[in-house]
Ligand binder design. Structure first.
Ligand code: BGC
Length: 732
């Protein structure tokens, strides 16, 4: 940041709530330019244009943060765009600043972002600096010298989409209004830019049984539709977005709840190419109404938008269904890593749910380089955490003040930094997070009675199947049991973190041990979960978090439970560890059976039903084509995609070693299965690409491991361990 703090925050002098304001200024200079750059930020989202051309390639800048603490500044080189007589325009839209609290969660939270701005008002700040070859410079800063007009986007919102009137010109542009808002919260961008990625053509134009025209892009995705349109002056063309068709093949969008998710274009009779800004949609299908030009597939392109993340992980095997599942997981991550890790991208939610992020973080960090992405989100998490340690359910925190601290959700505080450390190797994120981890454990300590965390307000093993899937989502698995197990787990991560930073963790160790003993007394008999608490998830947590006095017995109990019914029953909390517990304890075959099962409930059931992303529920869409209730049914929810960390870590067998994190020392321990003839995976670590593959032919399996320069690895096969160095190694 150089000059932006010399600028003033500005807003529209008039209240067109929910619409977009354009700030315009003509600039001129006669000297030769050496360099020019635009620094810009907003409480809201902005897009900048010079002489009608978009500045930079970011969408929804400056992203979404805990505004009270930090607002990112985007800096773009504009040297090549300036001529000396230039029109500069900054469009400012409400974006995430307004209306981000869904109807069901109460109203916009009380915490005011700025005393000078209403809850639904946006503001911008920017500085255009032109450096000349003679060493002088000129800075054009936002202020009342800019003209503010209502833009052609008459409406714009994250949930509702937009209304764009090509005929509209504000009859009364007025000087922008300067407001007081602190500039101390401005920071250089710490996350990744949101940019456009794939451009998907129309796969099919469908005329539904109801006679509606629906575009199918063939992939559930997040982004927007770019379209070419002429139409007649004043004519309204409407696009509505949806993820699935209903069982009769009709367009369906009831699961978006109150989100209008529409794009409405008012034609001016000229041919236009509309590339929308300021919002995004989660969709595969689009219903079109009012297109008098006729509907030609070449006029529509679905543009995929997400944070600029480098792909690092790949997996394939001999079963195409599993490959499709893996592809769906990648799409799920693309769709929900849009500056903040969100639960879903389509309905009136799209929030940074801590639990979902915690469940998926390991998979996420193998698929893509998400270190910076999580660094930003975790900074907001620390900011939003209450001084006494409570952690809001969603980050940025837009809920009513009393919505926080569910077990397995708030534990994102410990789980996410620790995973960043394991995958990428650095300890800076741990140092930064240590205080917040301590405050979280300290918060739980206030509620611990005789070692057990009693009567918290938790989401339980969200969406598990230990009860009727139509019932409430948070029952079926005892909540105190989950809460106490996660307290033990988070304490373990805190203890490791403290020790990593050279501190003393004795007190936390004693408290953790006290809770382990209490858990055993309360919920277990020997190595087994007591009958009244017996669920798959209870066995999973007791085993995976090192609570059980006899993990072999608990895992056997889990294996019995799974094989007795033939399928998984776990929800958000148990699912990420279910397969690990099975395969770590000699039940790899059961784990593979769960992965390869395609009847409901299973991962491949959704694949069989034609899914192109991961569903929120095991039965979001049922075999008979009916759907889980409209109340909460997303078709792009990444949580269950956490199975990919087992595909990388166990099927392909690429594991981190906690004593040499960041894959400095790799553990290769692949698990073969007769139902697959090969598995192949790679993860690009900070040291280079790690590879593992195995092929079985005529009963003989050949393994190939690739170790990057600077790394070592242990290969564990058939109970024997071999140590290897950099290079490609083959084993039989
Ligand atoms: C979200 C979830 C989230 C949950 C909390 C839902 O509405 O979509 O993914 O974790 O609420 O239980």
């Amino acid at each position: 940041m150089k000059h932006i703090k010399e600028a003033s925050w500005i807003r529209s002098p008039r209240n067109f709530l929910g619409s977009v304001t354009t700030f315009t200024r003509e600039i001129s200079f006669d000297k030769d330019i050496k360099k020019a750059y635009l620094e810009a930020s907003a409480l809201g989202v902005y897009a900048a244009y010079i002489n009608g051309k978009k500045v930079g390639d970011a969408y929804l800048a400056p992203g979404w943060t805990e505004y009270a603490e930090r607002i990112q500044v985007e800096t773009c080189d504009v040297t090549a765009m300036l001529t000396g007589r230039d029109t500069v325009e900054i469009e400012l839209a409400p974006g995430w600043k307004c209306g981000m609290s869904p109807a069901w969660a109460g109203n916009i939270k009380a915490k005011p972002v700025s005393p000078s701005l209403g809850a639904c008002e946006a503001a911008a700040i920017f500085a255009l600096t032109v450096e000349f070859t003679d060493g002088s410079e000129q800075v054009f800063t936002s202020g009342s010298s800019w003209l503010a007009e209502r833009s052609k986007y008459l409406e714009s919102g994250i949930y509702d989409g937009y209304v764009y009137d090509a005929n509209f010109t504000d009859p009364e542009p007025l000087p922008a209004q300067e407001i007081f808002h602190t500039k101390d919260t401005l920071v250089d961008r710490i996350g990744e830019r949101i940019t456009a990625h794939e451009r998907l053509p129309v796969k099919e134009i469908i005329i539904t049984p109801k006679g509606e025209t629906v575009l199918d892009f063939g992939q559930n995705m997040t982004g927007f539709i770019e379209f070419r349109i002429k139409g007649k002056k004043g004519e309204r063309a409407l696009i509505e977005h949806g993820e699935v068709l209903d069982k009769d093949g009709n367009f369906y969008r009831d699961n978006l709840r109150s989100a209008k998710a529409r794009a409405e274009f008012v034609c001016d009779g000229e041919e236009r190419l509309m590339t929308p800004e300021h919002t995004f949609f989660g969709f595969r299908y689009a219903r079109l109404t009012g297109w008098s030009d006729g509907i030609k597939p070449e006029n529509f392109t679905a543009v995929v938008v997400h944070s600029e993340l480098r792909r690092t992980g790949y997996f394939e095997c001999s079963d195409e269904r599993v490959n499709k599942l893996f592809g769906n997981i990648i799409w799920g991550q693309k769709g929900n890593f849009l500056d903040v890790p969100t639960d879903c991208p389509q309905r009136d939610e799209r929030l940074g749910w801590t639990g979902d992020a915690q469940v998926f973080v390991k998979t996420a960090s193998y698929n893509f380089d998400v270190e910076r992405f999580f660094e930003k989100w975790l900074a907001d998490l620390r900011t939003a955490q209450r001084p006494w340690g409570g952690v809001p359910h969603v980050i940025p925190d837009v809920f009513d003040p009393d919505m926080f601290s569910s077990a397995a959700w708030a534990d994102a505080v410990t789980v996410c930094p620790w995973q960043m450390h394991l995958t990428y190797g650095g300890s800076e994120i741990i140092e930064k997070s240590l205080d917040s981890m301590k405050r979280w454990i300290g918060y739980i300590d206030m509620f611990i009675r005789d070692g057990i965390w009693r009567v918290g307000r938790h989401f339980g093993d969200w969406l598990n199947l230990e009860h009727d899937s139509n019932g409430p989502c948070d029952v079926g698995v005892d909540k105190d049991l989950i809460a106490t197990a996660f307290y033990i787990y988070s304490s373990e991560l805190l203890i490791k973190s403290i020790e990593l930073c050279g501190g003393d963790a004795e007190e936390y160790k004693a408290n953790r041990q006290r809770s382990i003993e209490a858990f055993r007394r309360e919920y277990m008999v020997g190595g087994k979960i007591r009958p009244e608490y017996e669920t798959q998830t209870a066995c999973v947590l007791a085993s995976h978090f090192g609570i059980s006095p006899d993990v072999a017995e608990t895992a056997a109990q889990l294996n019995d439970l799974v094989t007795a019914c033939g399928h998984l029953k776990t929800g958000f909390v148990g699912t990420p560890y279910l397969l690990h517990v099975l395969s770590d304890n000699g039940y790899a075959e059961t784990a593979y059976s769960l992965v390869l099962r395609e009847e409901y409930p299973s991962w491949l059931f959704s694949v069989k039903m034609g899914a192109t992303t991961i569903w929120e529920h095991w039965d979001s869409l049922r075999a008979d084509g009916s759907m889980w209730s409209i109340g909460m049914n997303s078709f792009n929810h990444y949580a269950y995609g956490s199975v990919a960390d087992w595909l990388y870590g166990d099927a392909a067998g690429i594991k981190t070693d906690e004593s040499a994190p960041g894959f400095k020392h790799i553990i290769f321990a692949p698990l073969t299965d007769g139902r697959l003839s090969y598995v192949k995976a790679s993860i690009e670590s900070r040291y280079g690409v790690i590879g593992s593959e195995w092929h079985t032919e005529n009963g003989v399996t050949e393994y190939t491991f690739t170790v990057p320069e600077g790394c070592t690895a242990s290969v564990i096969l058939g109970g024997k361990t071999a140590e290897i160095g950099p290079g490609v190694h083959k084993f039989n």
